[in-house]
Design a protein. Structure first.
Length: 367
């Protein structure tokens, strides 16, 4: 089947640095703001509704008694924390699933100039929904466990280092504070670098599944082989998103906090009923709204990183140019080995091609 081709697109395929990556992601997001907000909204809106329902359930279970003791209050906060962690992990899984569908739409935009739409993105997700969920759950669980382990190791290493510095420079409190600050920053940097070193190995699995048609574990293996050297750019994208998130939150949280303080809310009380439901709901809505606005930056950024890694290591820009100018690669009998691979897997069931054994160093699929 023939498809319309375009001579060029608005996205350059030159290798991207960390600053270029963020700049391209933000500019492309700005040019397709409404579409990406709609794409990112369903997982976050569902998570918001479940979070609010979980909060009301907790208040119903643990706040019904006027003579609630400290043990019941502790259970209430544990209940909210546990539910919040599970809901947050579910949101991450759903977001990773949607990222896969967005990646395929993004490559079709590069190939054929087709606009990225909500309908096409979720149709792509539906076709590989089971595999995407499995991959997203595995990735989320591994990164969650690694994050907890690195956090505890970092806290222990930082505490030991700061204690040693305070003891060694006890003769000068000023020097002790400076050295302790340097140690703390070094530990934070080391923990983040190790975390992103692990995260980068799984970053492209959803994109690979939808663009190249690989299975769950094959996509993870290919992602690990493809993701060498992108730790700095992935970390830069995360830091930018985090700073933007908190900046956006402050614009809304500060007025909300002033209004709550003027209304006499006791923020530091351990009484579960001291903070009214409307304030907790407002907190949830604001935090989730910021996620809706900023999740597309992750989607676009990871799609750009995936394409950029293939451009750097496989000449993917040549594959895209060939597909754009020459159309689809003609089908050959299965007993023949076709030296060319499609820039975008077009099989209806996204199955792995018979002759697909490309390595991380191939160009145009040549072996």
């Amino acid at each position: 089947m023939t498809r319309p081709t375009v001579s060029s697109t608005n996205v350059s395929l030159a290798p991207l640095g960390a600053g270029d990556l963020i700049d391209r992601a933000v500019r492309f997001y700005r040019g397709n703001f409404q579409t990406f907000v709609l794409i990112a909204a369903p997982p976050v809106v569902m998570g918001t509704l479940i979070s609010v329902a979980w909060m009301f359930l907790g208040r119903e279970i643990f706040s019904a008694s006027a003579s609630r003791d400290a043990f019941e209050t502790t259970l209430y906060y544990v209940f909210l924390w546990f539910g919040g962690q599970v809901i947050k992990m579910a949101e991450i899984v759903a977001t990773l699933v949607v990222m896969g569908g967005a990646a395929r739409s993004f490559v079709r935009y590069l190939l054929f100039g087709e606009p990225i739409t909500f309908k096409e993105t979720y149709q792509n997700v539906w076709r590989r929904l089971g595999g995407l969920i499995v991959a997203a759950v595995i990735i989320t669980f591994i990164l969650y466990v690694i994050g907890i382990i690195l956090s505890y190791v970092g806290v222990a290493a930082g505490a030991l280092g700061i204690t040693a510095a305070m003891f060694a420079f006890s003769f000068s409190p000023f020097i002790a504070v400076i050295v302790s600050l340097i140690i703390g920053l070094a530990v934070v940097f080391g923990v983040l670098w190790l975390f992103f070193l692990v995260a980068s190995r799984f970053a492209y699995a959803p994109q690979i599944m939808l663009v190249e048609g690989l299975g769950v574990f094959a996509a993870m293996g290919r992602s690990a082989s493809l993701a060498g050297g992108n730790v700095r750019r992935l970390a830069a994208l995360f830091v930018f998103t985090t700073v933007a998130t908190y900046s956006a939150l402050l614009l809304f949280y500060v007025p909300l906090g002033w209004y709550a303080w003027a209304s006499g809310i006791e923020f530091f009380s351990f009484d579960a009923d001291a903070i009214p439901a409307w304030y907790e709901i407002a907190n949830q809505v604001l935090s989730q709204a910021s996620l809706i606005l900023l999740t597309p930056v992750w989607m676009i950024g990871l799609c750009l990183l995936y394409i950029d890694e293939r451009v750097r290591h496989e000449g993917y820009d040549i594959e895209l140019m060939a597909a754009r100018r020459l159309g689809e690669i003609p089908a050959v009998p299965q007993n023949f080995q076709n030296p060319l691979q499609p820039a975008l897997n077009e099989s209806g069931n996204f199955s792995v091609p018979h002759n697909s054994r490309r390595s991380s160093s191939t160009i145009l699929g040549l072996e």
